[in-house]
Structures are given as C-alpha cells and as structure tokens.
Write a protein that binds this ligand. Structure first.
Ligand code: AMP
Ligand code: MG
Length: 323
C-alpha cells in the first residue's frame, strides 16, 4: 500500500521511546528511559515505569502534528510485562486513529534501521545488545541466524561485570572507558563453539581476575577477548555467505573498540564495514517505526485480536519480502 509515515513504539526492556518516521527521515521522537537505581533491569519495575510514562511520550510525538498511516510496536523478543504494556498502548492508538496495527520483531528492527541509515544493502549483521548476541544474514526470504550466544548476551555480560565492580547500570560504556586505561592482557576463557559463543565462563573468570589485577586491565582484557570472539564468528559468516558488507547494530555496537576490530577484519578481507549514527544503536522508537513502514508497504499488518506479544520472537520467524 501507499504509505508515508508510521508511528512506532519501542519498549522491550529499558528503552521506552516513540517516533514518527517517514521514508526520508525521523519526523518526531520522544523517549523516557528506565534507569534502575540499583542492580539490573527488573521486568516488573521496568513495566511499571513504561506504564507511568507511555502516555507522556506518545503525547509528545502526537504534538508534532505529523500524521501517520499505521501504528507499529515491538512485539518481541523482550521482557513480557514491558511488551504487554507497550502493546496495549499501541492497540488503543491504532483503534483510536483507525489505522493498521503492525507488530515488529525487535531484532529485525535493529537490522532495518542500520540498513536505512548506512545505505548498505545485503550485509552480515552483528547484532549485539543487552539480551542478544547474534550473527545474522539474509538468505531465501528471511534473516537467518548463523551464530549466537549459547548463554547470556554480551551486553548483559558487560553489565553484570560492571555491577560486580560497583558501577551503575548500564556497565557497557563505563567498561569501555576503563578499558582505555588498561595495558596488560590477562588471559580469559575464549569460547567459540562452531558459529556460537558462550560468555558465562569468561564472566566468572573476569570476576576472579578483578580480585587480583587492576580493574582497568581486566576491562581491557574482557573487551579484547569478548569482541575477538564476535569478530571471529562474523568473519566466518562472511566467508560462508560470500557477502561483502558487515553491519553492526544493538547497544554494544556503540563501542568504538568493537567497531575498530570489525573494521580491521573487513579491510583485511576486502569487505566494507557499516555503523549507523550513535543514537540508532541502542533500542529506539525510530527503528520500530521505520520497520513498521516497510511492513505496512508489504501489508504485514495484524488485527488487534491477534496481536499478542511474543517474548521469544525469533529473528528468522519473520518473512522479509523487501530484500
Ligand atoms: P540494547 O539492548 O540494544 O538497547 O543495548 C543495551 C546494552 O548496550 C547494555 O547492555 C549496555 O551496557 C550496552 N552498551 C551501551 N553502550 C555501550 C558501549 N559503549 N560499550 C559496550 N556496551 C555498551
Ligand atoms: Mg535491542
């Protein structure tokens, strides 16, 4: 169908955000992130936060005055209570404005916003966020997962280690800053199994190392080790698929050391590395709205009665007719 703009809402975990997006740009956006005072993300507290602030952020984007042809929301994967809160608001909005409702897979949205923002076409995607670490590539109508973590996501691993050091959530950016001061590499378990990764053993070893070595050195070693694992699997996916572009997405993608390592690997093999602007890495409403726009064009809308959320929605469950 002909469509020009979609209103999208994100709220799978910490980020509560909404945006109105057209094919050319983001027309309006508003966000109210959930920041836990202590510890990590508590699903019920995050959902309560979203319930408290969702009308405020939706009001802010509506006040921009831009109209829209559909309402998109992250249907999953994510924390159940958060997903349900956002879905309820999206359903109400679609009904009130008499526009189609569009359920968006959050991981696919990270990929599509990256393709949109960088202009790459058919990349191997390294998607690294709080809960997810996946190496993805398009093949026969879907984004296929070529490799992924077998236990925790790289972002959660960094955040847990950060909490162990007494840093406030999220730990990722603070570890990046500490790692810049680190000089000595402390060996940590390097766990790549075929195309898959595992981070839990490395985390235990890093916690142990932090009792003996300067935290800067442990942060440095943790990044070098964890990111080398990601780059290895990404490189093998390039070799298997014969593609020549790499796109990075997800909150951990903002890490400059990870970007540098991927860029070096790409140069060595004659591939091109793509990274979107910083604000499109972490979860954001614009990525949901933009993917909603693509889905609306291909009539991937859902009736309100069949719009249940899916906390374990897999990347490769989604048909991708636009590639
Ligand atoms: P997302 O779930 O995609 O919004 O990503 C959130 C995750 O990104 C959290 O685990 C953060 O610690 C992590 N993160 C954000 N910025 C950085 C950074 N500069 N380096 C490493 N991790 C980061
Ligand atoms: Mg995410």
């Amino acid at each position: 169908m002909q469509c020009s703009r979609v209103l999208g809402i994100e709220g799978t975990a910490w980020s509560l955000s909404a945006a109105i997006v057209g094919w050319d740009k983001v027309y309006a956006e508003a966000a109210h992130p959930y920041v836990p005072e202590t510890g990590g993300i508590h699903p019920m507290m995050a959902a309560q936060h979203h319930a408290n602030y969702i009308s405020q952020i939706i009001r802010q984007v509506l006040d921009s005055g831009y109209d829209f042809d559909g309402v998109a929301f992250s249907q999953g994967p994510g924390l159940g209570p958060c997903l349900r809160t956002v879905a309820t608001a999206a359903r109400a909005l679609a009904l009130a404005y008499e526009v189609p409702l569009i359920g968006v897979n959050h991981c696919v949205a990270h990929i599509e916003v990256g393709r949109w923002q960088t202009g790459c076409h058919d990349p191997v995607v390294l998607y690294v966020s709080g809960a997810n670490s996946q190496v993805i590539a398009f093949r026969r109508g879907r984004y296929r997962v070529f490799g992924e973590t077998l236990d925790i996501g790289i972002g959660n691993a960094l955040d847990k280690f950060g909490r162990h050091l007494g840093l406030q959530h999220p730990g990722g950016p603070k570890i990046e800053a500490l790692a810049k001061e680190g000089k000595n590499y402390i060996p940590l378990p390097y766990v790549v199994k075929g195309m898959d990764l595992s981070y839990s053993g490395m985390m235990s070893a890093a916690k142990e190392a932090a009792t003996k070595y300067p935290k800067e050195d442990v942060c440095f070693s943790l990044q070098e080790n964890a990111f080398a694992m990601l780059v290895e699997v990404t490189e093998r996916a390039l070799a298997h698929t014969g593609k020549n572009e790499v796109l990075i997405g997800g909150g951990v993608g903002a890490n400059m050391r990870l970007q540098q390592m991927l860029d070096t690997m790409c140069r060595d093999r004659g591939a091109k590395f793509y990274a979107p602007a910083r604000k499109f890495f972490g979860d954001n409403g614009a990525m949901i709205a933009y993917t909603g726009l693509l889905q609306l064009k291909y009539d991937q809308t859902i009736p309100v009665e069949a719009s249940a959320v899916n906390p374990i929605y897999r990347t490769d469950e989604v048909e991708i007719p636009w590639l």
